[in-house]
Write a protein that binds this ligand. Structure first.
Ligand code: ADP
Ligand code: MG
Length: 254
């Protein structure tokens, strides 16, 4: 289970991306990037963060630690900005937190060399979860203590927005044309050989068990949170073996 903390102070909104996460301090004295359950895309974004973040971590990629953050909407009362106040007020209960990597820099492919092996693992992983948010415009990669860290997996697994069409949607190819690591000569074939066999039903069960019930309950068509957990696992299991053959847009692509 993800560690549970309680937010004690709202520090500031983080304005770089699209979704306006917040920086909070918690009762364990940690500082976390908070993704609000009351934000535009709501709890599905948080589910995607947990599934992809915890899967990536188990495949050996670097992802800051994830926690759940209990939020009392009263923390929003003193916020001068209306948008922030609204988010805090609508996000009472369980939110997602991520260890704040203090001093991290945004990734710049010209300033930081990434090996073809590491780039291959990241591109392969992004193809598996169909991450559309790792472009050179918006890499969602941080450089921290000399290494590359993956953040922001909210825009992945598009199939979870339409479960009846999930199987067909999950069979689609991955377009890597704009991928942030395209120029690093990603060795996707080696990554696939190394990582695909690790994506087993057992591993995915372990990963989806980390999703808090509160973000799964009440999904139309699913009687229990565990039924929905299995629905998250299925397309990933189906994609893992062959997704590397369906990545388009890399150099040398036919
Ligand atoms: N764990 C983290 N440590 C340090 N900075 C972070 C972390 N997570 C996010 N950020 C910063 O906040 C920005 C927005 O966060 P992100 O998760 O990308 O949300 P979104 O793009 O949906 O707004 C990032 O581009 C990055 O600059
Ligand atoms: Mg982002």
């Amino acid at each position: 289970m993800l560690k549970e903390v309680i937010a004690t102070r709202f520090i500031a909104p983080l304005r770089e991306g699209g979704s306006l996460p917040g920086l909070v301090e918690a009762d364990d004295l940690g500082t976390y990037v908070l993704k609000f359950t009351g934000a535009g895309q709501g709890r599905k974004t948080l589910v995607a963060e947990v599934v992809c973040g915890e899967l990536a971590r188990r495949l050996g990629l670097r992802v800051p630690r994830l926690v759940t953050v209990e939020l009392d909407p009263v923390l929003g009362l003193g916020e001068p900005e209306q948008e922030v106040q609204r988010l805090l007020k609508s996000s009472g209960g369980t939110n997602l937190g991520m260890d704040f990597l203090s001093g991290a820099l945004g990734f710049d492919p010209l300033a930081f060399e990434v090996s073809p092996e590491e780039a291959g693992r990241i591109v392969w992983f992004d193809a598996l979860v169909n991450n559309v948010d790792r472009s050179w415009r918006n890499p969602n990669l941080l450089r921290w203590r000399g290494e590359l860290w993956l953040i922001d997996h909210g825009a992945t697994m598009i199939w979870h927005h339409n479960w009846p069409g999930a199987e067909a949607s999950a069979a689609r190819p991955y377009d890597a044309f704009d991928h942030a690591l395209k120029t690093c000569a990603p060795d996707v074939a080696s990554a696939a050989a190394e990582l695909a066999p690790q994506v087993t039903g057992e591993l995915l069960a372990e990963v989806t068990a980390e999703i808090p019930d509160a973000w799964l309950a009440g999904e139309p068509g699913f009687d229990t949170p565990d039924a929905l957990r299995s629905a998250y696992a299925r397309p990933l299991l189906a994609r893992a073996a062959t997704v590397h053959q369906h990545i388009h847009g890399l150099e040398g692509d036919q």
